[in-house]
Design a binder for this molecule. Structure first.
Ligand code: MG
Ligand code: ZN
Length: 194
């Protein structure tokens, strides 16, 4: 099989950040009751799915390393997030998170890992698990770390101005950095898909 044929069998991914992008930014979400899905998010994920994107959540969750919640609690939060997204027509093909933090109090997670964004590890892991074409993939996030992780994985990153995005966009502009930013995930998906 030629390389071109292999490439054609691959799909682009939409890598989506969680906090400040899919759900309201709160300092270390530890209780499912505090989770608020942002407006238009489920419909935007549905549209990405119809357009052939594999939808992958990639989320830094250092609250685990900080001892604020365990992975079981985190799994409950993600199950509830999926339930709410699906109830509104959205979905995710894969959920990945990084529980690590160098110097963290929970020793099992005290690690300088390859997955904590801006490192590209989660995006590369997704591309090992799913038939993803990284050069055609887009990451959506409210942090410059999300954009950097995308670029380091060979994909493209766009900033959403929800969550920490407005402040992050101001930082990027002050540094003279060219960066694409949209009001929220729905606007970003409209801009990307036309
Ligand atoms: Mg975020
Ligand atoms: Zn990690």
């Amino acid at each position: 099989m030629s390389a071109a044929v292999v490439r054609a069998a691959l799909s682009p991914a939409a890598f989506v950040d969680r906090d400040g992008t899919l759900i309201e930014e709160v300092d270390y979400l530890t209780r499912v009751e505090d989770m608020r899905v942002l407006p238009g998010v489920a419909a935007a994920l549905a549209r990405l799915g119809r357009a052939g994107y594999l939808r992958v959540l990639v989320s830094n969750q250092s609250g685990v390393a900080r001892g604020m919640l365990d992975e079981e609690r985190l799994a409950q939060i993600h199950a509830e997030l999926l339930r709410r997204l699906r109830a509104d027509g959205g979905d995710l093909e894969l959920v990945l998170y990084c529980p690590h933090l160098p110097g963290a109090p929970v020793k099992a997670y005290d690690r300088a890992c390859e997955c904590r964004k801006p490192a590209p590890g989660m995006l590369l892991e997704a591309a090992r698990r799913l038939p993803i074409d990284l050069p055609r993939s887009i990451a959506f996030g409210d942090s410059l770390r999300d954009v950097e992780a995308a670029e380091r994985a060979g994909a493209r990153g766009v900033l959403v101005r929800t969550g920490k995005g407005e402040a992050e966009f101001a930082l990027a502009r002050a540094a003279g950095r060219a960066i694409t930013a949209h009001a929220d995930l729905a606007a970003a998906v409209r801009a990307e898909l036309g």
